[in-house]
Design a protein around this ligand. Structure first.
Ligand code: GBH
Length: 478
């Protein structure tokens, strides 16, 4: 093969293809219909988050967030990298809207920096910070792109005393939600309160991998989790009180996706039970309006202190549930009180460029199905799905991220099954529009479908951007 020129090799492939065309077709049953069409009106979008793309960390009166503090603390992020500049979307947002427009997406999921709008987290707002979001929203709408806004994607204002350890933070979050939605609610109809509870509670306050980098005992962590879901609940109420009745409110949650080891009734039931208990302190409590008994019994004296009215707010009805889905957790039926056991995957299990990103595209189907079978939400969005890749920009200016295309194609193939089975999936947001600050991994892990040169900030579409554009144009996966 080494001695073959590209042309000769191509000829060989062509010959093989001709030979296979002579073989009997469909010998093994019905072929997979191709392409897999999505329903008319299905929403295609991209997702980003404020601290990961905006930069402008001190621009126009923005206050620092816990992530500014954390990333500036030696040893916390890859090479000490920070979001000070990131993609500088604070200044280059028009360029980013052009990227979206060129892809043909109908929606864009972005988040807002709380400390840009309230530099101290509470009290006096910063109109210049608010103006930035007015400009971004107007630019999106002028280009026919519908904004979906997340109010909080981990960038807690540093000035808030005690952060999520302090119950007052939940109330400040609701005040911020009220302020923002009152001003944008005439143009933005879809709001997500928070992004991924576990990442700003457990990972920040128990594991110390994320801001603020603490290692607190279980009782305190449970109280922090409670403040987080309370913040969500109070924000839902605040949004409803300040926006037209047609406004759609939800959240973006990375519920653990339990996938049955084998698709038989007993393992399918086990996956459902695991979904309920494995997400007990977060999505389950939101959807059921109370902490599951099993969870409280398990936490015992460490269970959170709950005040009157908390659970009513936390259980506020939602218009949609957004799911951020990346990886599967395999589970089997088991003869134990819980009725399930989580599988330990062998060390040979494949993963993408980020070691945590184990590959199992059926997770996107089971994520939707488990949540819908348990709680029947009115609508589901996939608010994030995507992968890192060891991208290389060639001298011809190309990025051939075939592994990302493989990842996306397979996930959208399995999502199609959920749509076909009539689960109410309304849209899909690819993570991410462009390479950005990947939290503790700094700039070492790229998730974008546009390559960003972090020196020049030049954006270049990757192969995956071309692929996504074609997918959107066809409204079908192939
Ligand atoms: C999402 O989190 C985030 O919403 C988004 O901001 C982020 O850029 C994107 O995923 C890609 O990571 O290093 O083994 O300890 C996904 C959930 C939680 C997955 C933290 C990675 C760290 C695992 N993430 N987790 S590890």
């Amino acid at each position: 093969m080494k001695n073959l020129t590209r042309r000769q090799f191509g000829k060989g492939v062509a010959a093989a293809a001709t030979a296979s065309a002579l073989l009997p077709r469909f010998a093994f049953g019905e072929p997979m219909p191709s392409p897999l069409h999505y329903p008319k009106g299905f929403l295609w979008g991209c997702a980003t988050a404020a601290y990961q793309i905006e930069g402008g960390a001190a621009a126009d009166g923005r206050g620092p967030s816990l992530w500014d503090v954390f990333s500036h603390t030696p040893g916390k992020t890859h090479n000490g990298e920070t979001g000070d500049v990131a993609d500088d979307s604070y200044h280059l947002y028009k360029e980013d809207v052009k990227l979206l427009k060129n892809l043909g997406v109908s929606t864009y999921r972005m988040s807002m920096s709380w400390s840009r709008v309230f530099p101290d987290g509470a009290g006096k707002p910063n109109p210049k910070g608010m103006d930035y979001y007015n400009r971004v929203v107007d630019e999106l709408l002028a280009n026919g792109i519908t904004p979906y806004i997340t109010l909080f994607h981990w960038d807690t204002p540093a000035a808030l005393d005690g952060g999520w350890q302090n119950r007052a933070t939940s109330k400040s979050f609701a005040d911020y939600a009220a302020y923002v939605t009152k001003r944008l609610g005439d143009r933005v109809n879809h709001w997500m309160t928070t992004n991924e509870f576990i990442c700003f509670t457990d990972l920040g306050y128990q594991i110390a991998q994320f801001a603020p980098g603490l290692k607190l005992p279980p009782a305190e962590v449970n109280q922090i989790r409670h403040h987080a879901i309370l913040a969500h609940g109070l924000a839902v109420q605040a949004i409803r009180a300040n926006t037209p009745s047609s406004t759609q409110v939800g959240l973006a949650e990375n519920a653990v996706v339990f996938v049955p080891v084998i698709e038989t009734d007993e393992h399918v039931a086990a996956a459902r039970k695991a979904t309920r208990l494995g997400n007990a302190p977060f999505l389950t409590t939101l959807m059921e309006g109370k902490y599951p008994e099993e969870h409280l019994a398990h936490e015992g004296a460490n269970a959170p202190k709950v005040e009157e009215g908390d659970l009513k707010a936390i259980g506020s009805p939602l218009d949609f549930v957004g799911l951020n889905i990346y990886t599967p957790q395999y589970v089997r039926a088991a003869d134990n009180p819980m009725g399930f056991a989580v599988e330990q995957a062998p060390s040979s299990y494949p993963h993408m460029f980020s070691p945590w990103l184990t590959l199992g595209p059926e997770c996107i189907y089971w994520g939707v199905r488990n949540v819908c079978d348990l709680w029947k939400p009115k609508a589901i969005y996939i608010t994030e799905n995507g992968t890192s890749s060891d991208d290389v920009l060639t001298s011809e200016g190309r990025v051939e991220d075939v592994d990302r295309v493989m990842y996306l194609r397979n996930h959208l193939t399995h999502l199609h099954r959920a749509v076909k089975e009539d689960y109410p999936v309304k849209g899909y947001f690819l993570w991410s529009l462009m390479d950005n600050f990947e939290w503790a991994d700094g700039y070492s892990k790229r998730f974008g479908i546009h390559y960003v040169d972090f020196k020049t900030l030049k954006r270049t579409p990757k192969l995956s951007a071309e692929w996504y554009k074609a997918t959107i144009a066809k409204n079908a996966v192939e």
